[in-house]
Write a protein that binds this ligand. Structure first.
Ligand code: B12
Length: 211
C-alpha cells in the first residue's frame, strides 16, 4: 500500500508529500533500498511510460524527477546516519556534454542503499574530472552514465585516459544509460554494463569481489 502511494506521488509529481510518505514507509519497517526500488523507481518508470505514450511531456517528467530526487535525498540522509562502514567506494557521474541525471541518481542511491560509499561527481563530468577522482577518492569503481548517442563515446575517452596514465589496473569501470549496452561496454573495454539500478548493485558486488 505504502509503496503504491510513493510510486503514485512520484508519477504525479507530488513533491509536498513524498518525504512524509518515505518516512512512513521507513517507520513501517521498509528498507531504504526497497522504498527506492518499489516506490520511487516504480513511479519514475510509470511516468516514463506515460511519456512514451504521449500522455506526459518533458515538464511532467521533470516534476516527477524532482519529486523522486526529494525522496532520494531524504532516504540517503537516513542511510548516512545509519551506515557504520562501507563495502567499497564508487565514483559516479554523467559524462561530459550530458545533463541527464535521473537514472544516475537512482543507481547512486541503490548503490548507497546496498552499503557502498558513493561519490557523485554530478552531470557533464569531463574525462579529466573522472581521472582526478581516482587520485582523490581511490575508488574501487568508476560508474559512468550516458543518455545521448552524442556523449556515449566520452566513456571510451575516460577508459583510454585511465590506461594512458597507468591507472587502469587500479579501478574497475562500469557503464549504463539507455543509449549503451553490453556490446558497447565490451567494445570500449569497460569491466561491466547493467541496464538498471538493481542490476547495477549486483554488478558492483561482482566487480569488487573480482578485484
Ligand atoms: C527526462 C529526459 C530529459 C530531461 C533530463 C532531466 C534530468 N534531470 O535528467 C531534460 C528535459 C533536461 C532532457 C534534455 C535533453 N534530452 Co532527454 N530525455 C529524457 C527522457 C524523457 C527520460 C530519461 C530518464 O530520466 N529516464 C528514466 C531513468 C530512470 O532511466 P535511465 O536514465 O535510462 O536510467 C536507468 C538505466 O539506463 C540505468 N543507468 C543509467 N545510468 C547508469 C549508470 C550506470 C553506471 C549503470 C550501471 C546503469 C545506469 O539505470 C537507470 C535506472 O534503472 C528520455 C527518453 C527516454 N525514454 O529515455 C529523453 C532522451 C534521453 N533525451 C534526448 C534528447 C535528444 C535530449 C536533448 C538533446 C533535447 C534537446 N533537444 O534539448 C536534451 C539534452 C540535454 C543534455 N545536454 O544532456 C533523447 C536522446 C536521443 C539519443 N539517443 O541521443 C531521448 C532518448 C528522447 C528521445 N526519444 O529523443 N531530457
Amino acid at each position: 500500500m505504502c509503496m503504491e502511494e510513493i510510486a503514485a506521488a512520484v508519477c504525479e509529481g507530488d513533491d509536498d508529500n513524498i518525504v512524509d510518505l518515505c518516512r512512513m514507509a521507513l517507520e513501517g519497517g521498509a528498507t531504504p533500498s526497497c522504498i527506492i526500488k518499489e516506490g520511487l523507481t516504480a513511479g519514475m518508470m510509470r511516468a516514463g511510460e506515460f511519456f512514451d505514450s504521449g500522455e506526459y511531456f518533458l515538464p511532467e517528467m521533470l516534476i516527477s524527477s524532482m519529486t523522486l530526487q526529494k525522496g532520494l535525498d531524504y532516504l540517503v540522509g537516513c542511510l548516512e546516519k545509519e551506515s557504520g562502514f562501507w563495502r567499497g567506494c564508487i565514483v559516479i557521474g554523467t559524462v561530459e556534454g550530458d545533463t541527464h541525471d535521473i537514472g544516475k541518481n537512482l543507481v547512486g542511491a541503490m548503490l548507497q542503499a546496498a552499503g557502498f560509499r558513493v561519490i557523485d561527481l554530478g552531470i557533464d563530468v569531463s574525462a579529466e574530472r573522472f581521472i582526478e577522482s581516482v587520485g582523490i577518492y581511490k575508488p574501487d569503481i568508476i560508474a559512468m552514465s550516458a543518455l545521448l548517442s552524442t556523449t556515449m563515446m566520452n566513456m571510451e575517452t575516460v577508459i583510454r585516459r585511465l590506461s594512458d596514465r597507468g591507472l587502469r589496473d587500479q579501478v574497475k569501470v562500469m557503464i549504463g544509460g539507455a543509449v549503451v549496452n553490453q556490446r558497447f561496454a565490451d567494445r570500449i573495454g569497460a569491466d561491466g554494463y547493467s541496464e538498471n539500478a538493481s542490476q547495477a548493485v549486483l554488478l558492483a558486488e561482482r566487480l569488487i569481489c573480482a578485484s
